[in-house]
Structure formats: C-alpha cells, structure tokens
Design a protein around this ligand. Structure first.
Ligand SMILES: Cc1cc2nc3c(=O)[nH]c(=O)nc-3n(C[C@H](O)[C@H](O)[C@H](O)COP(=O)(O)O)c2cc1C
Length: 209
C-alpha cells in the first residue's frame, strides 16, 4: 500500500512539509509506503480547457515540459492521495491549483483514475483563510468519488515562519489523528476491493433543458 503526499508549497521544508510529515509518519507506522511529490517549487501552467485529455484518452495533459503527467501516474498507482497547501490569499496557493486543475481533469476525463482511492487534505496558515483553502482542496477529492478520512477538527494547522506549525499543539494532533484514520481507511478499502460500487456513467446536463 502506498500514499503520495503532494506539497503545494514552494518551500520544501516549510510548514506544509511539516504538516504532511506528521500525517505520513502515522501512515508509515502502519506499514504504508509514502512518497512526497514536490509540486509548489515546479513551474506548472494552468489548465487551458482545451479538452484534449478527453479526446485522446491517453491519461495525459497536452501541455508538456513539466511533471504533471508523471505525477498523475504516481497518483493513479497509489492507494491514497494526501494534498497539502499553504494558504495564499485565503485559498490554496496558485501553483498547487494549476497542478490540481490539470491532474484531476485528466483523471476524470480518463475514466476516473482516482476513483475509490482514499484522499484527504491539510493546509497551513499564519492566521486566516484556512477553512476556505481546506474546502477548495476537498472539492477535487469530492468530485472524484474518493473516500475522505477526517480528524478530530478541520485539517488546518497554524504557523507563519517555516517550522512554526510544530508549535500548534492542537494542529499537530489533528494531523496525527488524520494520519491514523487515513491508514485505517486505506486498509479497509483494500480489504473490500471486490465489493466496491460499479461506476455509473456521468450524466451531464449543464442545467440546460
Ligand atoms: C503569497 C502569500 C499569501 C499568503 N496569504 C495568507 C493568508 O491569506 N492568510 C494567512 O493567514 N497567511 C497567509 N500567508 C502565510 C502562509 O499561509 C503561512 O506562512 C504558511 O504556513 C506557509 O506555508 P509553507 O511554509 O509551507 O509555505 C501567505 C503567504 C504568502 C507567501
């Protein structure tokens, strides 16, 4: 069993990295392999809405020259996906959004590559905007028929300068509890693979009658 943890922050060792590590330490204690994917320090263009991923059905984005296709395959192969983002202007940070828009659109357009994986999110914030960013990350997971573990509060950890998040005692506990629950859910889903619901074809109406 494996989890890929995506760090949306441009800082490899900032607060988001620390938050992810608290969660992943619990996964590793339960024998789940972890790979950190560094998203925020890459140059990643946003989705252009061209629809090529739907037409070509090759599990790839038509925009080349970055890690998006590689990371999509790593996410497809994993049992769980952990999203982490710093709060920028009361939402997830821009590079992470560019990545997630493209990766999740390709996944959805190619038969639901992330469907029935376990997925959850953590955000780090100095002061305000944590809930907005957390909900924004959840939108990707909810749209993709993923199973979402929770913690004993919303997954928002507070800290400004890199590492300060470790002083947020309650936030550290939230991340730890989240890691334990994520590990449990991954094992539970894995144990009931042959009972997962059959996928329904999507009904598209765009509210036009
Ligand atoms: C461009 C930018 C925008 C930010 N916007 C907010 C904000 O809206 N609210 C807030 O409390 N902190 C904000 N912050 C602070 C970061 O969310 C906080 O320092 C976070 O822990 C950084 O995580 P990192 O070390 O993983 O990059 C912002 C920081 C930057 C660089």
């Amino acid at each position: 069993m494996k989890v890929v943890a995506l760090n949306g922050s441009p800082k490899k060792n900032g607060n988001t990295a620390h938050a992810l590590k608290i969660v992943t330490a619990e996964l590793e204690k339960e024998g789940i392999e972890v790979e950190i994917l560094q998203v925020g320090s890459k140059e990643i263009k946003g989705c252009t809405g061209c629809g090529a991923c739907s037409k070509r059905q090759d599990e790839k984005c038509i925009i080349k020259g970055d890690e998006v296709d590689n990371f999509i395959q790593k996410m497809k192969e994993a049992d769980g996906i952990l999203l982490g983002s710093p709060v920028y202007y009361a939402d997830l940070n821009g590079t992470m959004k560019s990545f997630l828009d493209r990766a999740f659109y390709v996944a959805g357009a190619n038969g639901g590559l992330f469907r029935h994986k376990v997925g959850t999110a953590v955000v780090t914030v100095r002061r305000t905007g944590g809930m907005q960013a957390f909900q924004s990350l959840n939108h990707y997971l909810q749209y993709s028929e993923m199973f979402i573990p929770t913690a004993n509060y919303w997954n928002v950890l507070h800290g400004g300068s890199p590492g300060e998040v470790l002083k947020d005692e309650e936030g550290v506990q939230i991340a730890r509890v989240l890691g334990k629950n994520m590990a449990f859910l991954i094992k539970a889903v894995n144990a009931s693979r042959n009972q997962l619901p059959v996928r329904e074809d999507k009904v598209w109406t765009s509210f036009i009658r």
